[in-house]
Design a binder for this molecule. Structure first.
Ligand SMILES: [Zn+2]
Length: 107
């Protein structure tokens, strides 16, 4: 299910439900590559500290073995065929890249 919401609003909303789950609760923020926006990451961490017991930022950390790119390997749609491609060197060899994606709710 998708809902357009900013991370602060999401955390504030989910924080209200923590008391209903005495066994523990966790909130996730799925986000883009934040390497160039560290101040935003710090603001979210501060908000987590003040508002919620346990939350995580999930980001993409792929690696291209050809050029050493460390970030998000892109998916290119070529006529319905999905191809992984390094945005830096355009490497498409799946044996020469590390891509990790969460495909379910459990870590
Ligand atoms: Zn590359």
């Amino acid at each position: 299910m998708f809902e357009e919401i900013d991370p602060f609003e999401k955390l504030a909303l989910e924080a209200k439900f923590q008391k209903l789950s005495p066994g523990g609760a966790i909130s996730y923020i799925e986000c883009a590559d934040m390497q160039n926006n560290i101040p935003a990451v710090i603001e979210v961490i501060k908000f987590i500290y003040d508002n919620i017991m346990y939350a995580e930022l999930n980001t993409k950390s792929d690696y291209c073995q050809v050029c050493g790119y460390d970030g998000e390997i892109k998916i290119i749609d070529e006529g319905g065929k999905l191809i992984w491609e390094c945005p830096k060197c355009k490497n498409r060899d799946k044996d020469k890249m590390n891509v990790a994606r969460r495909t379910c709710g459990k870590p």
